[in-house]
Design a protein around this ligand. Structure first.
Ligand code: GLN
Length: 472
């Protein structure tokens, strides 16, 4: 059932929000022991929220577009009074005193907030193996990672525990786990969804977005959370883009770019599914154009300087004084060192060190400055590409979900899983991953659609089309 249908039957009392909540809790009870998608779940609060929705309906009020729809939340989004850890020991036990704007919007739409999902610590990673509280398993094959960093949110939807969830995407953290878990995932245009209450990793790249079982559900959730927010200085002064009105419009007449480099190094099975998607688009009346753009591959190196540089600054606030845990020391500086040594995991420390180095006097121009020039080059390259096409179709990730432990010893090989997703973050552009069949081992494969800023309506149209062609 779509989330629109669920909300409609809750509103018309064909079912009740409490019944939906109990079904959700039963599904989580049945599956999450194996999968570990959730870091925090409070059954009583879920039932209480649902009762609140039902009583609004009994009182003749309209609780909103998502009446009674369960939504899981990545644990780097602040929810008032609910533990928010970023999967880090340094924030263990911390409860935010306010709601993120996306949480407020979900509440106003009548959604039921189901719990906080697992991630790589501070959203740094591609597998959830960097969570301080244990990894999440891929619901399709528990020997495989769910992807990351929003692995818990992707797995919760992939395992049918919830119909939709929220994640965040700084370099691919929505699209890559969506591809690995066989669900839809959107990284919106930078500035369309408020970052207020999203715990910052790399502020110029971070963006909140939806996971869903279907393209329609992802579109509805995106419309609910998007739109201007005065609390976020980078929020665009526009209302939420309308992606639903024309979602069934098809792809006839669209010009779709194929960037050979956005398939570079992909496995044969991933490549085969992308080619199948291209054929489907062409047969449906889209014009496909090949547009080589080797510059886009430089994005990975630029990202792994810019993101750690911003992270090293953003994470300076975890000093044992203002938030979360403290380990005492003889003086303030010893306390801070002890707190940060005990509180952060290896990958977070690696990023802080990389970023601090890249920003340090004497190296700034060579590393951070150079990376920013590459970022501009990527933006200009996309500008050139979008003179000749409306959208790009490619792979979301080079491979299907990998096995636990297979990339942890070599950070570089882990970083490579982001090679196709990062360019959109650097440019601030939207991109969506749509499940498009499986590979030989039955593991899901995602096709990625990329577009220029604010092209979400076209992206959703093309994504919806691919969803109907998934069987080919
Ligand atoms: N995997 C990438 C990283 O480790 C992207 C993370 C993200 O998008 N939050 O930085």
């Amino acid at each position: 059932m779509s989330i629109v249908a669920t909300a409609e039957s809750v509103r018309t009392k064909q079912t009740r929000a409490v019944v939906v909540a109990d079904e959700t809790l039963a599904a989580i009870e049945a599956r999450d022991g194996d999968i570990h998608a959730f870091l925090h779940l409070d059954a009583e609060s879920i039932r209480a929220q649902a009762r609140g929705i039902d009583s609004q309906i009994d009182a003749g009020q309209h609780p909103g577009r998502l009446a009674g729809v369960p939504v899981a939340i990545k644990d780097n989004l602040c929810q008032r009074g609910v533990p928010t850890t970023c999967a880090s020991k340094i924030l263990e036990g911390w409860k935010p005193p306010y709601d993120a704007t996306v949480i407020t919007r979900l509440r106003e739409a009548g959604a039921v907030l189901v719990g906080k999902t697992n991630l790589d610590e501070f959203a740094m990673g591609s597998s959830t193996e960097n969570s301080a509280f244990g990894a999440t398993k891929n619901p399709v094959d528990p020997s495989r990672v769910p992807g990351g960093s929003s692995g818990g949110s992707a797995a919760a939807v992939g395992a049918d525990m919830v119909p939709v969830s929220l994640g965040s995407d700084t370099g691919g953290s929505i699209r890559q786990p969506a591809a690995f878990c066989g669900v839809v995932g959107l990284k919106p245009t930078y500035g369309t969804v408020s970052r207020y209450g999203l715990i910052a990793f790399a502020s110029s790249l971070d963006q909140v977005g939806p996971f869903a079982r279907s393209v329609d559900d992802a579109g509805v959730l995106f419309e609910v959370i998007a739109g201007h927010d005065p609390m976020d200085s980078t929020s665009l002064a526009i209302s939420a883009p309308d992606v639903m009105t024309d979602i069934d419009g098809g792809v006839a007449g669209l010009r779709i770019g194929i960037i050979p480099e956005l398939m570079d190094g992909s496995s044969d099975e991933v490549r085969a599914r992308v080619v199948a998607a291209q054929d489907a688009l062409r047969e449906a009346g889209a014009t496909l154009v090949s547009l080589p753009a080797p510059e886009l591959l430089l994005g990975l190196a630029a990202y792994y300087l810019i993101a750690p540089a911003e992270a090293s600054s953003n994470l300076a606030r975890y000093d044992g004084v203002r938030y979360g845990n403290r380990v005492d020391g003889a003086d303030v500086s010893a306390m801070m060192i002890a707190t940060r040594t005990a509180g952060f995991g290896d990958e977070v420390k690696r990023r802080i060190m990389l970023g601090t180095y890249a920003l340090s006097a004497g190296y700034y121009d060579a590393y951070y400055g150079q990376a920013q020039k590459v970022r501009t080059l990527i933006i200009e390259t996309f500008h050139r590409i979008y003179q000749s096409c409306d959208l790009i179709v490619g792979a979301t990730t080079p491979t299907t979900a990998f096995e636990f432990g297979s990339k942890t010893a070599d950070p570089m090989s882990m970083y490579y899983s982001d090679i196709f997703t990062i360019p959109s973050n650097l440019a601030g552009h939207p991109a969506i991953s749509v499940p498009f069949g499986t590979g030989e081992a039955g593991l899901p494969i995602g096709v990625q659609l990329l577009g220029p800023a604010l092209s979400e309506p076209t992206l959703f149209r093309a994504a919806k089309f691919l969803e109907t062609e998934v069987g080919r």
